[in-house]
Design a protein around this ligand. Structure first.
Ligand code: NAD
Length: 419
């Protein structure tokens, strides 16, 4: 246990497996296999900085499970990245790919660094050297990275280029979330945020509410949170609060979402004199009275400490692991409907899968085709999780874990344990 209420994400992920295993009749050896990662690489590597100095960085790549297909998962650049966080994120990728039933296993990577204090050239140097260091694990048939917190299509382009130089020919299928010009898929940049909105609409439908006029609060204003905000706004929902790492803004009548997002992309700020709205803290945002709360930043945001004060009626987890198991129990007792991370934010890996398929087959799908396929997969997965939740009388998170872990366990059983 670290800061009060916050827990080690890997411990959290392992506890979730124990909770779901009760409904799956799994042998204890299988449960242990699910709780352990398959392969872990830690690298300490030098990077040339702009002032001529050389700095050593630590990076990780973890593959959790590859029973259902190649390992798949993003790369995060953040000062708090550590092995246990990457292990947890890799495990959640395995369950997520299985929940939406795409043929991938789970992986994750990260470098402990603060990209906000680095120049573009330093980030490029770091990316290229990190890619080289972990290149033995990567490949379109082996392990395929994608963007995560503080990485973006440009970082993916550098990974693809470095890996291709090592191979001697272009390998677009080694990463997803690339720029369109390099074989990126139309719709990938927006996919996770859109998936959050699609599953929110399904939750509203189930609870017999319309999207028009529902109030939404969003923690995080990056790829996931920002794009979810834009689509909620287009659907006629009222985004009443949004935040980034520096804090949040609130307007009970609804924020001018376009203006806020333009300010964020142009000046990297939302709490500023260009946006004249009431300032709130990230904690206050989480506790606002609203219909839908979307945590879309980092892990460990809703804990036993603040869960009793959460007033949202629906929580749709754009971020990975934003809610601790203790908080989960409190929210379930309060009757809050939760769309868990491994379902709600699976739009990203789903369109990453489409990107990979297009790269391998040298095809280019239209944005309409991508969005149509994404919508159908997200709606079908929501329905499958909801059915398990209703039939077994278990929360949506446990139901999603039962579906995902069940599929991985079945794949493992069919393949058998070698030798
Ligand atoms: P991003 O880097 O684009 O944005 C992160 C946002 O979180 C930024 O607005 C940042 O200011 C904010 N933030 C950082 N620290 C914060 C804090 N302490 N409090 C409040 N806000 C804070 O990252 P992203 O890709 O949007 O990822 C956000 C979450 O969604 C992560 O948990 C990530 O693992 C998850 N996720 C992302 C994808 C994807 O396709 N990008 C897919 C699935 C899940």
């Amino acid at each position: 246990m670290e800061e009060r209420g916050k827990i080690n994400p890997y411990e959290m992920a392992k506890r979730q497996v124990d909770i779901a295993a009760k409904y799956l009749n799994l042998e204890s050896g299988f449960v242990e296999k699910m709780k352990n990662t398959k392969r872990e690489l830690i690298v300490h590597f030098p990077v040339k900085m702009d002032d001529g100095s050389v700095k050593i960085f630590t990076g990780y790549r973890v593959q959790h499970d590859v029973s259902r297909g190649p390992a798949k998962g993003g790369i995060r650049y953040h000062p708090d990245v550590d092995l246990d966080e990457v292990r947890a994120l890799a495990m959640w990728m395995t369950w997520k790919s299985a929940v939406v039933n795409i043929p991938f296993g789970g992986a994750k990577g990260g470098v402990q660094c603060n990209p906000k204090e680095m120049s573009l050239k330093e980030i490029e140097n770091l990316t290229r050297r990190f890619t080289w260091e972990i290149s033995n694990m990567l490949g379109p048939e082996q392990d395929i990275p994608a963007p995560d917190v503080y990485t973006n299509p440009q970082v993916m382009a550098w990974i693809m280029d470095t890996y291709s130089i090592l191979k001697g020919y272009s390998v677009p299928g080694v990463v997803t979330g690339k720029p369109i010009e390099l074989g990126g898929s139309l719709g990938r940049f927006e996919a996770t945020g859109r998936g959050v909105v699609i599953t929110s609409l399904e939750a509203l439908k189930y609870l017999k509410k319309s999207a028009e006029g529902v109030t939404v609060t969003i923690q995080g204003c990056g790829n996931v949170g920002g794009i979810a905000a834009r689509h909620f706004d287009r659907l006629g929902a009222k985004v009443i609060a949004i935040s980034d790492s520096k804090g949040g803004i609130y307007n009970g009548k609804g924020l001018e979402v376009k203006k806020v997002l333009d300010c964020k992309s142009q000046y990297q700020c939302i709490v500023c004199d260009k946006i004249n709205e009431t300032e709130i803290t990230n904690q206050e945002l989480l506790e606002l009275d609203c219909d839908i709360l979307v945590p879309a930043a980092l892990e460990n945001q809703i804990t036993e400490k603040n869960a009793p004060r959460i007033k949202a009626k629906i929580i749709v987890e754009g971020a990975n692991g934003p809610t601790t198991p203790e908080a989960d129990e409190i929210l379930n007792d309060k009757g809050i409907f939760i769309v868990p991370d491994i379902l709600a934010n699976a739009g990203g890996v789903t369109v990453s899968y489409f990107e990979w398929v297009q790269n391998l087959q040298e095809l280019i799908w239209s944005e309409e085709e991508v969005l149509d396929r994404l919508t159908r997969i997200m709606q079908r997965s929501f329905k499958e999780v909801l059915e398990i939740s209703l039939s077994k009388k278990i929360p949506m998170r446990t139901a999603a874990l039962v579906l995902g872990i069940g599929r991985v366990a079945e794949a493992t059983r069919l393949r058998g344990i070698y030798p």
